[in-house]
Design a protein around this ligand. Structure first.
Ligand SMILES: [Zn+2]
Length: 506
């Protein structure tokens, strides 16, 4: 028989005695469902289940016999007798725990037994690492499966699923590699095939509905009924603002105080700002900070001299220690961008805030783009070919040096009423440059709309109209009205932080 499941999905239909779907009849039905959905094969545990599934399909069955014994580490089909049972029940492929670790019968013996007694049966080697593979190449398994990656002491730190391992094995041998272990999303299955997997086994994500349910529940379990609040803090160079909001971003309470000039006092200041607004229904705290933030760990990777000593501060850890409430920390422009997205609730937006510098954030379908090092959207340091001004970052010609609020206040003779000819010329040049930036970014990320916040909206609609006109001159495909003034005000950072803390779960 030729086993044809190349680039197919194999569904592992297993339920242990303690699980709700335990029983061969149920696993048989699970297999029927999997096959209806397009599975090219089934992986099944125990002779009873294999037998039941064999009755309903001719598709390849990978059979295993899970046998956990206190004295041994190996546990997937570990004796010759188990191999006999799995094969006699109707498996086409027998999966054998093929890591050199303590076991009742030597690995070589199991392979020899299977080869001699069942020459038509294929052997699949369940392994955890490329080192395991090197040791078993002489046994010549027919397939190698990454099943055990993540489940041994040596591999517990590997990424899940371990797509990289597929590549490592395919570089070592031509034996077909089957990807298995911790595949939860369809995109991961696709990635596995693109990385060289012969086929992919998905288990619990399909055949353990209790796990699937839990995954859905986890994403909403910390979201409360509508009767909850969140605290958002926006740590600015001059003011630190805090708000208490409901889950729709409505401000219930707010507070602000001046930002102190050293890191230890900044933490104390944030704590005070939280204390001033927090109530008994607060379930999350969000903190918006300038600088580059390690979002996952809530740590400041880099902050400028506006906040001396702030770099390296473990904000999330410190705040969670004090308040014992889930805390998220992100760049202030990202938080404000999220607030803007939350108002639109759709598509891809770019948010640009014009302040001392130029900050920006990109939000796509509710996901904030952070990049690999947390600096995605740092558009202020894109170099503008027509400028050679020195930037605070050390480079020359950054767009921030000609578009920031600081540039305007240093160059306009009357920032509040720029009506003289020289000021008009500066503003007109400013709008051209801004249009150049929007065009560059539209060509890069093709957003639905760009929202400009910070000091710019204060100049009124003539500035916006002028940027739109200049944009239409250079970008021939898009209307100028994709450029808008931000509709979120001064509280964008703090309210955005509160909303991020409630909804962003990455
Ligand atoms: Zn720069």
């Amino acid at each position: 028989m030729i086993l044809d499941f190349k680039h197919g999905l194999i569904v592992s239909c297993q339920a242990e005695e303690t699980e709700p779907l335990y029983g061969s009849e149920i696993m048989q039905k699970m297999a029927v469902a999997a096959i209806q959905g397009g599975a090219k094969g089934i992986r099944a545990n125990t002779p009873q289940d294999i037998k039941a599934i064999r009755q309903i399909t001719d598709l390849p069955i990978i059979g295993i016999f899970k046998d956990r014994r206190p004295d041994y580490e190996a546990y997937i089909t570990i004796t010759c007798e188990e191999i006999d049972e799995v094969i006699n029940a109707g498996a086409d492929i027998v999966a054998i725990d093929s890591i050199y670790r303590s076991r009742p019968e030597p690995l070589e013996k199991l392979y020899r037994h299977c080869r001699e007694k069942y020459p038509h049966i294929k052997i699949l080697a369940d392994i955890s690492s490329v080192e395991d593979v090197k040791k078993i190449l002489t046994l010549k398994p027919d397939y190698i499966s990454t099943t055990l990656s993540g489940y041994t002491a040596q591999t517990c730190d590997r990424s899940k699923p371990d797509i990289h391992l597929i590549r490592e094995i395919t570089e070592l041998t031509d034996i077909p590699v089957i990807a298995e272990g911790n595949y939860f999303y369809p995109e991961q299955v696709r990635m596995a095939i693109l990385n060289g997997a012969y086929a992919v086994v998905v288990g619990g994500a399909i055949s353990r509905p209790q796990q699937t349910t839990a995954r859905f529940v986890k994403h909403i379990s910390d979201l409360p009924s509508s009767d909850i609040t969140a605290v958002g803090v926006d740590l600015g160079g001059t003011w630190t603002r805090s708000v208490l909001t409901d889950m729709y971003g409505n401000i219930l309470k707010s507070y602000r105080q001046e930002t102190p000039k050293n890191a230890a006092s900044v933490l104390a200041c944030i704590e005070k700002c939280i204390e001033k607004v927090i109530d008994g229904k607060t379930t999350a705290i969000g903190i918006a900070s300038a600088g580059r933030i390690d979002f996952k760990n809530g740590k400041v990777l880099y902050a400028s001299d506006n906040l001396p000593g702030w770099t390296g501060t473990e904000v999330k850890k410190e705040i969670e220690k004090v308040f014992k409430i889930r805390t998220v920390v992100d760049n202030d422009a990202n938080m404000a961008a999220y607030m803007q997205w939350f108002k639109e609730k759709d598509g891809c937006i770019l948010y640009i805030t014009v302040g001392t510098g130029i900050g920006s954030g990109i939000v796509v379908n509710g996901k904030v783009m952070r990049g690999v090092t947390g600096s995605a959207g740092e558009i202020g340091h894109i170099v503008y070919p027509l400028s050679s001004n020195s930037c605070t970052c050390g480079k020359k010609g950054c767009i921030e040096t000609v578009l920031s609020g600081r540039y305007l206040s240093e160059n306009l003779s009357d920032i509040n009423n720029p009506i003289n000819e020289k000021d008009q010329r500066i503003l007109s040049e400013y709008c051209k440059t801004f249009a150049w930036l929007v065009d560059t970014l539209k060509n890069t990320i093709d957003f639905d709309a760009v929202y400009i916040g910070g000091v710019l909206p204060r100049y009124g609609s003539f500035m916006l109209e002028s940027i739109r006109r200049e944009f239409e001159k250079i970008n021939l495909r898009n209307p100028g009205d994709i450029i808008k003034y931000s509709t979120v005000g001064e509280e964008a950072g703090s309210v955005g932080a509160a909303l991020c803390s409630l909804f962003i779960d990455e």
